[in-house]
Design a protein. Sequence first.
Lengths: 294, 289
Amino acid sequence: MMKFLKLKPSVGLLSIPYSLIFIFFFFIPLVLTFIISFWDYNEYSIIPDFIFENYSYIFKDCLNFQKDMCVTFKTYLSTFIFCFITWFFTLIIGFFVAYFLAFYVNSITWQIVLFLLCTIPFWTSNVIRMISWIPLLGRNGLVNDFLLSTGIVDAPQEWLLYSGFSIVLAFVHLYTLFMIVPIFNSMMRIDKSIIEAAYDNGANGLQILWNVIIPLCKPGIVIGSIFVITVVMGDFITIGIMGGQQIPSIGKIIYVEMSYLQLPAAAANAVILLALTLLIIWIMTKMIDIRKEL
Amino acid sequence: MLNKKNKTYYFCVFFFCLFVLFLYGPTFTIVLLSFQGPDGGLTFPLNGVSTYWFEELWRGGSVVDIGSAFKRSIILGVIVMVLTVLLSVSAGLAFRKKFWGSDTIFFATVASLIVPSIVLSLGVALQFRLLDDFTKWLGSTFDINYINEFFQTTLGMFTSGLGAQLTWTLPFGLLIMFAVFNRFDKSYEEAARDLGATPWKTFKEVVFPLIAPSIIGIALFGFTLSYDELARSSQVMGAGNTLPLELKGLTTTVTTPVIYALGTVTTFVSFSVIGISIACYIWLKRKKG
């Protein structure tokens, strides 16, 4: 006890302001969301209650297999498809960009410069980066001009913009960095002599890549994947802007319900979205210990 | 071995160049198109070169009050930046030793990065709504005149908006601090302590100069992420919108290059901030020798 008293003022106290922000703007809001998802509501107010209607409404018709798939399942399915395609492309592109930076750029200065080159767009506006596709992909955009003038197509292609294609393109454009950073980080930790050893033992480039580098990058790949998948799961802005407000997403459902002040219904959707996201992350983190990776 | 300039090397260089073109190409196009002539549209070709759309933006012509949204965004960005630096550096110092609750805070930090932004935005909005209801109830129950007459909402840019943005910027700050202290040579500090320096003096004279370049990095994250933040603040800004929120609204209503002009301006602001930060970083590194 005496020893404990002597230790004060503990340096741990310095974390209090930081922690307070997370208590007040993270823990409490999430707990409230969970509680309010069981509340009742009318046009102007939310009413304390304990009902399951908000949840049962979400899954209305979902267990009726005679009909088409219910809206909720359809929306989740479409979101999962976006997740998967985006994950696939960001992983492939991110991996090779990181691979180039880590193994082919020899000077540290160049490594930093090229790494920054990849990072800078992350610090600029996402909305601007989305709308900057309009002059390229639009009906009279550069891509269509090119396709028409070369005679590859004989009418402007409508699927280039405000479609699933443009949504995935924007996701890949915005979030490949989330893959590059952790994978690059993992690669920089690989002891070069291991690769040397594999090479001396007669492994070719592909074998080194598959049997040495990829397994050692697994933590980076997992962290990157978590970021990309969670950001796509909850998205409503990119899907909204790049989908021309026509393609549904879970985030969008929550957003719309909020604008109609159906807050408990939005909360119920948020709880389900959060639970699913956490489930995915939980499965993925089973593979690594994030804390060791920093 | 790997650095031999073989076919794979050239393939990787080519791939990287394509990626950079993919990253910057579209932004470059809208910068170009923002200099459209007065008759120009949203796509190529350029109908002459002019600064017409910038003037239009300046006049506020077809667009909502962009000037004040811009000012709000800058002010909020600076506040978020200062708080992010102060809070994450102090928390980073605390985290060098394990303390009661450190695992929970670490968990919250990582969780905050991956929680869907709309969920967090909803949560904060709900919290402030309940706070409003509670305040009004206080006012009517205890007959507090000030509340009954003047109180409208606790929701606002510097309350809920600020908090929601901090849950996005602080994790980056703390993770940078982790990375810094994981590679930190403790012997300088120990030397200072052995020579009789107080903890504060050790921090000021030894630790701070060593971590100063990284603090620039945290500040950069704090400002730029706040300045461009959209999803988390979308439900909690109250009456005054920030620039990204206005921009999002404009994407559906504006059909002239004025939106590109606005894009060019905000991208210019972001690039200036990034440039200044990088310059400061290099300067501090050099100074340290």
